[in-house]
Design a protein around this ligand. Structure first.
Ligand code: BG6
Length: 520
């Protein structure tokens, strides 16, 4: 996408960017937390798929760093197991695996042991020479955020953090996972620590929602077509609904989730990303800063909640025990690692305003939760009704508003709901759908979010990564709500039945405005 920046003279920079060859320079990806779940389920399978489908250079190298005493061979075996279990493309292609696995190395170290980093620097120097990776290093921190500062510092003291890599050659980048802070203050502190070693343009804050094909398609739908943008504003749009529903519970992540809750786990990051992509102004080009500047403007246009509004415009809930699909499921408070009196929310519904010329008066309704009816992520743009109901009195006054729905997952696609005449002698109307389905239109499986994001980082393209000011503005909004919620401990935290759409208070939030949630 950065390539598009250079081709601004072109008639259509977006298209040029999309078509451009994306050749990766030989590099080493160092994964801290190499024996953990994220590496096992996501990172190693994603890297293998990139080797399979994208011309990753044969020199591409991975160094896994963790505390466990593994040999290179054991790490390679672990990688093979990960790929066999979680790769999008299976079975393993022997030829690709052969080349890929030769580039997998393991380095044992505590994350806070200085000598471990000296050893890592030596190993990287050796690999750069033997494998021709040119001093280009990516450090992926698949560790708890409490290690970010220490790892950054020690990489720096080992001479591994400088922008131009070793001896003035190559580059050095760092990828950090969420949660990026717990609130605004901790996010700023975390950033300050990272900044001691890495500059902002070396830091890649990953939000895997931005790597989803359908999320990227929001930009293509809006800015690659002429017909949507003219109606994409307060004159035509009645409201926008963003739903990120999951049918699973918190499973084994109780400890983490107790500290996060749905607001910090989903709203602060993934849902805010969806919101900003839907609401932003067209960027002047498709470069990382131009796109992120526009996203930040949206966040700045959301007025912080005043305490009085929080009771009216936010709803939280927690799933209780119940039955789903004939099976008994635990309530949140009975999940392992969860306090039996927990007041952590597993459901959030919000009504937001974006106070700018485009969106003044258009409510944005957001809802997310665990143990809901189904897994579905959707952005729905609901349009205003026709100005005059011509068909009133013909039994057709129940006309549905037009809805453009962007289905992020599953059954990825885009639908436009509109009214049509039912064939026959009478004037009867019914809502019908015009559908685009990824699966049938392209006939190929979209890559996993991590594949796209890892590749972009190798290419030095940070468009799909969260810039620090995005994180901070988003925390500012979330903090106001969290503070109000925590001040009124007695405030309602309704329990909801698993397998439903959350507490009835969420319905009341939108019905008060004479609207209803989409039935999904
Ligand atoms: C993660 C959250 O970031 O996103 C999880 O921590 C959530 O709680 C997951 O389940 C959802 O991701 P996806 O890609 O399955 O929608």
């Amino acid at each position: 996408m950065e390539i598009a920046l250079a081709s601004q003279q072109s008639q259509n920079p977006l298209r040029v960017g999309m078509r451009s060859a994306r050749n990766v320079a030989p590099c080493v990806m160092v994964i801290f937390g190499a024996t953990g779940d994220l590496t096992h389920r996501k990172l190693l399978p994603a890297l293998y798929n990139l080797a399979l489908e994208h011309p990753l250079p044969p020199q591409f190298t991975v160094v896994g760093v963790a505390r466990r005493p593994f040999s290179n061979e054991e790490f390679r075996q672990q990688a093979l197991d990960s790929i066999n279990q979680f790769s999008r493309r299976r079975p393993v292609n022997e030829r690709v695996w052969d080349t890929f696995s030769k580039g997998l190395y393991y380095h044992q170290s505590q994350f806070d042991d200085k000598s471990g980093y000296e050893g890592l620097a030596k190993l990287l120097e050796q690999l750069d020479q033997e494998r021709g990776t040119g001093g280009n290093h990516i450090f992926y921190l698949a560790t708890p955020p409490s290690f970010y500062g220490t790892i950054g510092d020690l990489l720096n003291s080992a001479g591994l953090a400088s922008q131009d890599g070793n001896g003035g050659q190559g580059w050095s980048r760092i990828i950090v996972e969420k949660p990026f802070g717990h609130d605004l203050e901790s996010a700023m502190a975390l950033n300050k620590e990272l900044n001691k070693a890495f500059k902002e343009d070396q830091i890649y804050r990953i939000d895997h929602y931005l790597g989803k094909e359908t999320v990227q398609n929001i930009m293509v739908l809006r800015f690659g077509n002429g017909i949507f943008e003219p109606i994409w504003d307060r004159r035509y749009v009645d409201n926008v609904q963003i739903t990120v529903a999951e049918n699973i519970g918190v499973d084994s992540r109780g400890d983490y989730y107790e500290e996060a809750g749905a607001m910090r786990d989903m709203v602060q990051n993934h849902m805010m990303q969806l919101l900003t992509l839907v609401a932003m102004e067209p960027p002047t080009n498709f470069g990382a800063n131009a796109v992120r500047d526009e996203k930040v403007k949206v966040l700045r246009a959301i007025p912080p909640f005043a305490e009085a509004e929080i009771a009216a415009d936010t709803v939280r809930g927690q799933y209780g025990p119940g039955m789903v699909g004939g099976e008994v499921v635990r309530g949140y408070r009975q999940e392992p690692g969860v306090n039996p009196n927990s007041r952590t929310e597993t459901f959030v519904a919000l009504k937001l305003a974006i106070e700018n010329w485009r969106w003044a008066g258009v409510p944005f309704y957001l809802r997310t939760g665990k143990r809901l009816t189904k897994r579905i992520t959707e952005v729905a743009i609901q349009f205003k009704r026709p100005p005059y109901l011509l068909f009133q009195g013909t039994g057709t006054d129940q006309m549905q508003p037009n809805v453009l729905s962007l289905r992020i997952q599953p059954n990825e696609g885009i639908s436009l709901l509109f009214e049509a005449k039912v064939p026959g002698q009478e004037m009867q109307l019914r809502s019908v759908n015009m559908d685009f389905l990824y699966g049938s239109s392209f006939g190929v499986e979209p890559p996993e979010a991590y594949e796209r994001l890892l590749l972009d980082c190798m290419l030095g393209d940070s468009t799909l990564f969260t810039r620090i000011d995005e994180t901070e503005y988003s925390w500012q909004l979330i903090d106001a709500i969290e503070h109000a919620w925590s001040r009124s401990l007695a405030a309602a935290l309704p329990q909801y039945e698993p397998g439903t759409w959350g507490p009835k208070e969420a319905d009341a939030l939108i019905e008060r405005d004479g609207r209803t949630w989409r039935r999904l």
